[in-house]
Design a protein. Structure first.
Length: 304
């Protein structure tokens, strides 16, 4: 099981800005300008703060079009660059250092910062960051709503048990770098994201899925709400396992866990990055914005 990082919610707007600046200072000259941590705020604590968590091998630029739309609705927005992402060199090997613990610690600090940026906190993330959102829904009562998008609870069409076994085997053998698409290699889009990944790093992300698969069976959500968004034709993850996790949550608190499935999107995993050729953001964004806005209608389990 994972060792949960200690939460230290920001106690004030000023503290949140100070810690956000420290987080952003981690972006040195090796990081792409478009990949740097982003803070979009309105000069004071807002009714809602939204954390947008980018996917594995991507970076905050994934939300370059969505984030301004969220901000324009009056919400404060924080988009952290997660560890080892966003390098100017797309062929970097730095992701080999990523662990589940480092990923959770970084995302936890982002949520802590958001606690000072808004009276309520909404966390949205895609793929492996969908796992982070689910983790915060499971463990944090100061998160009002979590929105996991295309969460990677199990890979491909594999049942959870097969995905779990694959994870253990891959972590036991030497680390390899694989192309996301071996046919196009470096031409993989988005053009600023990494076109390949280390197998150990991906399996480290799946350790978070293991924790949630076990925990969701025996403990209720701590967040007020979780709203899971999937693409029926997602080729990268097993939606049946995602549905199982949602049912686990619903057994404890039926109204707290909801789900929405896009039925008319192309066969595609990353449905939020506008640089993805198969993204249909004109369809996806209104649904995500409505899910974010609905956070204001939810009574937080912990009042600010």
């Amino acid at each position: 099981m994972l060792s949960a990082p200690n939460a230290r919610p920001a106690a004030s707007y000023a503290e949140a800005l100070e810690r956000a600046a420290a987080f952003a200072a981690l972006d040195d000259a090796s990081i792409l300008p478009a990949a740097r941590t982003v803070v979009l705020e309105h000069g004071s604590r807002a009714p809602l703060a939204v954390v947008l968590l980018h996917g594995f091998t991507n970076h905050p630029g994934q939300y370059g079009r969505l984030a301004p739309l969220v901000h324009a609705r009056g919400h404060n927005v924080f988009i952290p660059r997660l560890p080892e992402h966003g390098d100017r060199d797309r062929m970097t090997t730095r992701l080999r250092r990523l662990t589940a613990e480092r990923l959770l610690a970084s995302a936890t600090e982002a949520v802590d910062i958001a606690c000072g940026l808004g009276e309520r906190v909404c966390v949205l993330g895609i793929s492996t960051s969908g796992l982070l959102c689910a983790y915060f829904a499971q463990y944090r009562a100061d998160v009002t709503r979590a929105i996991p998008v295309s969460p990677a609870f199990a890979l491909l069409d594999a049942p959870y048990g097969v995905s779990f076994l694959l994870e253990k085997v891959v972590l036991a053998v030497p680390n390899l770098f694989l192309w996301w698409d071996p046919r196009i290699k470096q031409n993989q889009r988005p053009s600023t994201a990494y076109p390949r990944f280390p197998t150990h790093a991906l399996m480290q992300c799946l350790r978070i899925a293991d924790d949630l698969h076990a925990r969701s069976k025996r403990a209720a959500l701590k967040a007020a709400s979780v709203h899971v968004v999937t693409n029926r034709f997602d080729p990268a993850v097993n939606n049946a396992v995602t549905a199982e996790i949602v049912r686990n949550w619903q057994r404890f608190r039926p109204q707290a866990a909801t789900a929405f499935e896009f039925a008319g999107l192309p066969k595609n995993h990353d449905i939020v990055d506008p640089d993805n050729p198969l993204a249909r953001t004109e369809v996806v964004y209104p649904t995500l914005l409505a899910a974010i806005d609905a956070t204001l209608e939810i009574r937080p389990l912990i009042r600010s």
